[in-house]
Design a protein around this ligand. Structure first.
Ligand code: HSE
Length: 310
């Protein structure tokens, strides 16, 4: 019986200076989706693992199947008998793009099962629609890097106009996930709807300079640019010990440090593996000593994105 299994990786959205418009792809963790021939007409979810019973089996509501269903609709294949298994291999609500990884895995697996009627690029809008099921917002800063890999800039979320940016070879991240819960919807809801003109001037300077630093392999400029004047100051108060751990990371030699997506995970972008390792260890000890606990790991930037693994 025909069956395909796909892995779609976790991502870091925003990258300090690009709220809703910048993201990068991690090596691990990620979600897996299996698509196989079904026995009755239409798409059905047969199995979900690793979700602590939280995800819906209803095809329209689930991010992975929603994305796949939109693809089937456009291809006129909604009555084709097909079954989906979803294997969550990463925590939900961690700030690592869990719902985006599921949406990407769902649509990528369906396209692979159908022998690739659509290009990878054409799958983006289905995955974004799938992820929008989870947080009600339409933004591609997790979905695009999970699908394409690398570092992606979204010029327009409405038009899904995106640019794949160069990935300087030395970049490596220390990822820090403190054991607290932040709902993405809440983390978005607390943000002010307006930005002061002087903040706008500094933030646009920073995102433009950060982008230029990737083209020029300029780690010094990268470091000067990775300063978020708009979102981080508002969200940092949701994460205990944020300022202390940021201080540890920057003092240890990170190029930049901020919140991963909507949090609570944080990232330290580094140009040296040993520095990233040290930051991960020190951050873990810090959160453990405070009785909060944290999972910390190192990841290069994954330039492949979603792949079929079986
Ligand atoms: N850009 C999004 C945010 C990522 O920061 O809310 C999380 O969905």
């Amino acid at each position: 019986m025909k069956s395909v299994r796909v892995f779609a990786p976790a991502t870091v959205a925003n990258l300090a200076v690009g709220y809703d418009v910048l993201g990068l792809c991690l090596d691990q963790p990620g979600d897996e989706v299996v698509i196989k021939e079904g026995t009755s007409p239409g798409l059905k979810i047969t199995t979900i693992t690793g979700d602590k019973g939280l995800l819906p089996y209803e095809v329209e509501s689930n991010t992975a199947s929603h994305a796949a269903l939109r693809l089937l609709e456009d291809l006129g294949l909604t009555t084709m008998p097909v079954e989906m298994e979803i294997h969550k291999k990463m925590g939900m609500g961690t700030g690592l793009g869990s719902s985006a990884a599921s949406a990407v895995a769902g649509v990528y697996a369906m396209n692979a099962f159908l022998d690739e009627p659509m290009s990878k690029a054409a799958l983006l809008r289905y995955a974004v629609e799938g992820e929008a099921q989870a947080d009600g917002a339409y933004h591609a800063d997790n979905v695009a890097p999970s699908l394409f890999g690398g570092i992606v800039l979204i010029r327009s979320n409405t038009q899904l106009d995106y640019i794949e940016l160069p990935v300087p070879e030395k970049l490596v991240l220390a990822m820090i996930y403190p054991h607290i819960e932040i709902l993405t919807s809440e983390s978005r809801a607390i943000l002010k709807a307006t930005v002061e003109l002087n903040q706008m001037v500094k933030q646009t300077g920073n995102i433009a300079a950060f982008t230029a630093s990737l083209f020029n392999n300029d780690y010094n400029l990268m470091s000067r640019s990775l300063e978020d004047l708009v979102i981080e100051p508002q969200r940092a108060k949701l994460i205990p010990e944020f300022e202390q751990v940021k201080e540890i990371a920057l003092h240890s030699g990170a190029l930049g440090f901020s919140i991963s997506g909507a949090g609570p995970s944080m990232f330290a972008l580094c140009h040296d593996h040993d520095i990233a390792e040290k930051i991960a260890q020190m951050s873990k000890s810090h959160f453990d000593n405070k009785g909060i606990g944290a999972d910390c790991f190192i990841s290069k930037i994954n330039t492949t994105g979603a792949i079929q693994i079986d």
